[in-house]
Design a protein around this ligand. Structure first.
Ligand SMILES: [Zn+2]
Length: 367
């Protein structure tokens, strides 16, 4: 599967730009800075963002199913879309988070009774509700829940909320679940609103490095990346000659961030899962009748100059200790990574991918 490269570069020489409203594009944006990111989105997708806001304001919604390999950035893109377009009316809805909440509910007697009575009234499937409930009670967090149960639980969540646009993350998860998405919106009362697939293509080597260099705050669990997404504070230990990211969550303190156990193995332990995710994407890609949005994380190096602006590329960070000033110097260089066809490529930062998401959705919705 190869997705087309989406062009986010703004064309034209400086003279042309000066006389156009795009003159601001001659500047470079720091996409990690929230204020500059906002200006960036205004410049590159302002018209489309306005259209979407009007669409939501009129009470319209849609359902998007996010499909991509584990760690492909599904949550990041959906949350950024919501942040940029309308955080009141758009939501990233993670099935994994929902199931974790249910595990908590099962421990609370009153909430457990509420859940069971909901299931008795609303669940349809091949296992009796009573059987299901006793399985739920005994369940370990590792066992997958049957699809019919997931559907009933999703329905319950959506009824709790007001009418919202959802980016569903984690469903369909298995090949058989693809069929359910075909009538899913009827099931939950979104009958007249469109639904679509959002397929995300990320090279496996990008996923590998995202895992290998991941660092987590032991206190608040904030997750960053030593090589690709550092915090604003870096610590140096002269004895070990080692650099550490320090947590910069304003609600936390400056804890040293650490790797999670097993992360050093990268994608090795999840190879089977990645294969299954790929098959799932292929199946969705070939399905007729449901619109698809194709997102691509990487751009071949030799084509980058035509399609993207330099500041849209994910840099690789490295660190140096300056003895004189006794300070850590944070350096960056372009990060070149081989894509799944072994082509030297750049990986895009999330904002340009979200520009592509916004523009493709506007097209799908005919706005
Ligand atoms: Zn923290």
């Amino acid at each position: 599967m190869k997705f087309p490269i989406f062009e986010t570069k703004i064309k034209g020489g400086v003279d042309e730009l000066r006389s156009s409203p795009h003159f601001a594009s001659a500047r470079v944006f720091d996409l990690n800075n929230p204020r500059q990111r906002k200006e960036y989105f205004n410049l590159k997708a302002g018209r489309e963002i306005k259209k979407l806001r009007e669409y939501f304001k009129k009470g319209n919604t849609f359902i998007a199913y996010l499909l991509g390999k584990k760690n492909s950035g599904k949550g990041t893109y959906a949350k950024m879309f919501a942040e940029v377009v309308d955080s009141q009316r758009v939501e990233h809805f993670s099935i994994g988070d929902m199931v974790r909440e249910i595990d908590k509910e099962l421990k609370n007697k009153k909430k457990r009774e509420e859940l069971f009575s909901f299931l008795k009234n609303n669940y349809r499937g091949w296992t009796s509700a009573d059987k299901l409930i006793s399985a739920l009670k005994k369940r370990s967090t590792k066992t997958l829940l049957p699809t019919e149960l997931i559907l009933a639980l999703v329905k319950r969540e959506i009824e709790k909320k007001k009418k919202r646009t959802l980016f569903i993350d984690g469903f369909p998860r298995d090949l058989d679940q693809i069929n359910f998405t075909l009538f899913f919106r009827d099931l939950i009362g979104y009958r007249y609103d469109p639904d679509l697939f959002v397929l995300i293509d990320v090279p496996e080597r990008v996923i590998d490095e995202r895992i290998k260099f991941r660092r987590v705050c032991p206190k608040c669990q904030t997750s960053r990346n030593f090589k690709l997404l550092p915090t604003s504070k870096i610590d140096y230990q002269p004895k070990e000659k080692k650099f550490y990211l320090l947590c910069d969550n304003p609600k936390c303190s400056e804890f040293r961030m650490v790797p999670k156990e097993g992360d050093e193995k990268g994608i090795k332990p999840i190879r089977e899962r990645l294969k299954k995710d790929e098959k799932l994407m292929e199946l969705a890609y070939n399905l007729y009748g449901i619109p698809k949005v194709l997102l691509r994380n990487s751009v071949p190096k030799k084509l980058a100059g035509i399609y993207i602006d330099d500041y849209e590329i994910t840099p690789a960070y490295y660190y140096q200790w300056d003895k004189k000033s006794e300070k850590v110097m944070v350096r960056e260089k372009p990060w070149v990574v081989l894509d799944d066809e072994n082509e030297s490529s750049y990986s895009l930062l999330p904002p340009p991918v979200v520009v592509s998401l916004i523009k493709q959705i506007v097209k799908v919705l005919n706005l």
